[in-house]
Write a protein that binds this ligand. Structure first.
Ligand code: SF4
Ligand code: SF4
Length: 246
C-alpha cells in the first residue's frame, strides 16, 4: 500500500485523523481507541504493511468493538441483563432489508469460511424466505455463531413480540444494538478517513456474504458481490447517530 512511509507517519496521522462523518458523541472515545490500537501494533513491532492491511480489513474496528461490548454484556443494570434473548429465538435473524447489516472484510471472510462447508444443506431461508442463511431451519440456531459479526453480537431485545413485528418490516420499540456497535462503526469510519488516498476500507452486506457462501460461491466472488458502495457506511453511521440522539 502506497502513500504512508512509516509507522511513525501513521501514528502522527491517526492522532489528528479527520472525524468527518463520525457523530460528535462518538469522536471521543473512537479516535483515542483507534490510536491505542495502532500504538499497540507498533509496540509489537508489526510491519507497516501488516498494520495497514489489518486496518483496511476492519480488524481494529472489530477488536475495539469486542472490547467495548464485554462490559456492556456483563452489566447487571444494562440492556443485556433485561434481554429476552434465548437460543432458537430468531426473529432478529429475519433480515427485513436486502442488506442484512454492514460488516467488515475480516467478518465477511470469517462468515464465508464458517458457512461454505454447509453448501447444499437447507438453510434459514427454508424457515422464512428472508431469514439469514446461517440459521439452521429446524433448530433456528446460528450455524456461524463463533464467526457472527458485531451487528449480531450487539443486537438484543427485551421484547420478543417487538422483534417479530420488526421482522415483518414494521419499526417497534424494545429491540436494538448495544453501544459497542456504534463505536465499532465510528472506528471503521475513522479508519476510512485515515487510509484515504492509501487504500479503500470496504464494507459488505451480511446477507449477501451468507447467501454466497451457502450457495457455493467462491470467497472472492462472494466478496465482490457483497461489497458495498462507499455511501453504505455513511448511511449506517448516520442511522446509529440518529439512535444515539434519541
Ligand atoms: S433479539 Fe429478539 S428475536 Fe433475537 S434472540 Fe433476542 S428476543 Fe429473540
Ligand atoms: S449470522 Fe447468525 S446471528 Fe447473525 S443474522 Fe445470521 S443467523 Fe442470526
Amino acid at each position: 500500500m502506497k502513500g504512508m512511509k512509516s509507522l511513525a507517519d501513521l501514528q502522527t496521522k491517526a492522532a489528528k485523523v479527520s472525524t468527518k462523518g463520525v457523530p460528535p458523541a462518538l469522536r471521543d472515545p473512537a479516535r483515542p481507541a483507534l490510536l491505542a490500537w495502532i500504538n499497540t501494533a507498533v509496540q509489537h513491532a508489526m510491519p507497516l504493511n501488516e498494520v495497514l492491511r489489518r486496518l483496511r480489513d476492519g480488524e481494529a474496528a472489530e477488536a475495539i468493538g469486542r472490547t467495548a461490548i464485554a462490559p456492556q454484556l456483563a452489566d447487571p443494570n444494562g440492556p443485556a441483563a433485561r434481554a429476552a434473548c434465548a437460543p432458537g429465538c430468531a426473529f432478529c435473524c429475519i433480515l427485513s432489508g436486502d442488506d442484512g447489516g454492514t460488516i467488515t472484510q475480516i467478518e465477511a471472510r470469517r462468515m464465508h469460511q464458517a458457512l461454505a462447508p454447509l453448501e447444499g444443506q437447507l438453510d434459514g431461508r427454508a424457515w422464512m424466505p428472508k431469514a439469514c442463511p446461517s440459521l439452521d431451519p429446524e433448530t433456528r440456531l446460528c450455524r456461524a455463531y463463533d464467526a457472527r459479526p458485531m451487528i449480531c453480537r450487539s443486537y438484543m431485545s427485551s421484547n420478543v413480540a417487538a422483534c417479530e413485528v420488526i421482522a415483518g418490516g414494521t419499526p417497534a420499540e424494545g429491540a436494538g444494538v448495544l453501544g459497542a456497535q456504534a463505536l465499532y462503526l465510528a472506528v471503521l469510519m475513522l479508519t476510512r478517513n485515515l487510509l484515504k488516498g492509501i487504500t479503500r476500507v470496504p464494507t459488505y452486506s451480511l446477507s449477501r456474504i451468507a447467501v454466497g457462501a451457502i450457495d457455493g460461491e467462491s470467497l472472492e466472488d462472494a466478496l465482490t458481490a457483497a461489497k458495498h458502495g462507499p455511501r453504505e457506511l455513511d448511511e449506517e453511521v448516520a442511522r446509529q447517530a440518529a439512535v444515539i440522539k434519541r
